[in-house]
Design a protein. Structure first.
Length: 294
């Protein structure tokens, strides 16, 4: 029997390079929310993949923020740096053909005392080795990577190669979590993330990033879950956008989030959502802690 390797693996990178898509593809479930908008991942989310010879415990960090400086972004950046100090391996994700000062700002945070694999996502954007080789030479000059693996997270291309490479760098610890665990996050937390994802996806560019979700009540009755949640916005004008004409936007957010929850939880969900205004929440340290941000 093969030895079972296991360890914690951080997934880091600038915003919107596909970190959450990669986590979900590797774990096989939607653990981390996915949106085309940058800055959707605000919490460190652990996804767990157990195979015959290894257990990969993935930590999906927020994209490191360089553009804004409010309490929310400071909390997100602290999450990145704290995570890098607590893991066995780092996957640094960049986008094929795109590498600039924002990526290099993350490179400067990479730990010197543990292995880092460079993951080049969206590899199908670069056509042929003629384009890929010079790009890889450019990015590998900035750091001594343990390996470089081009992938397409959305299509699942080369993710098996990435897992094989990652396994080499995990300690021989045996299983750290039960084999059927997918995440260490509570259903309550995942419910809030599913709602927030729908806000990002369905409201397009209409709504600024000043939104959060509070689960005010989460009750389990057999196979039924009753969930009562508030979408928190910064201004009255934002509240009208979330609700939409005749309440249509809020109804759609609730309907699609409920369907996602029922698939993951494996049972019926009664979901009630409303919208409330907490002005300045994303730059108020005390309020952020009440919403679950460290």
């Amino acid at each position: 029997m093969n030895e079972i390797r296991s360890g914690y693996i951080a997934i880091v990178g600038r915003p919107n390079v596909g970190k959450s898509t990669l986590l979900n593809k590797l774990v096989g479930e939607k653990i981390s929310i996915v949106s085309r908008k940058a800055q959707t991942t605000r919490h460190r989310i652990t996804g767990i993949l157990t195979k015959e010879d290894a257990q990969f415990v993935f930590v999906d960090t927020p994209g490191f923020q360089t553009k804004y400086s409010n309490a929310l972004n400071r909390a997100m950046n602290r999450g990145v740096t704290q995570t890098l100090g607590d893991v066995d391996l780092v996957l640094f994700v960049i986008e094929a053909g795109r590498y600039d000062a924002k990526d290099q700002a993350v490179v400067r945070l990479l730990p010197k005392d543990r292995p880092v694999i460079l993951v080049v996502n969206k590899m199908d954007q670069l056509k042929g080795k003629e384009a890929m080789m010079p790009f890889l030479a450019q990015v590998s000059a900035d750091y001594d990577y343990a390996a470089i693996v081009p992938i397409s997270a959305a299509k699942g291309k080369q993710t098996d190669v990435l897992l094989n490479e990652a396994r080499k760098h995990l300690p021989n610890e045996g299983l750290m979590y039960p084999e059927d665990d997918l995440t260490d996050k509570s259903e309550r937390f995942l419910a809030s993330e599913y709602i927030r994802e729908k806000v990002f996806r369905l409201l397009g560019d209409e709504l600024p990033y000043a939104t959060a979700v509070e689960i005010e009540k989460f009750e389990v009755e057999g196979e039924l879950r009753r969930i009562f949640a508030a979408i928190v916005v910064d201004r009255e004008g934002h509240k009208a956008i979330v609700i939409g004409k005749g309440g249509e936007s809020l109804k759609r957010i609730a309907s699609e989030a409920r369907q996602d929850m029922e698939r993951l939880f494996g049972g019926k969900v009664y979901l009630e959502i409303w919208v409330k205004v907490k002005s300045g929440w994303n730059d108020d340290e005390r309020l952020l802690k009440s919403l679950g941000y460290e």
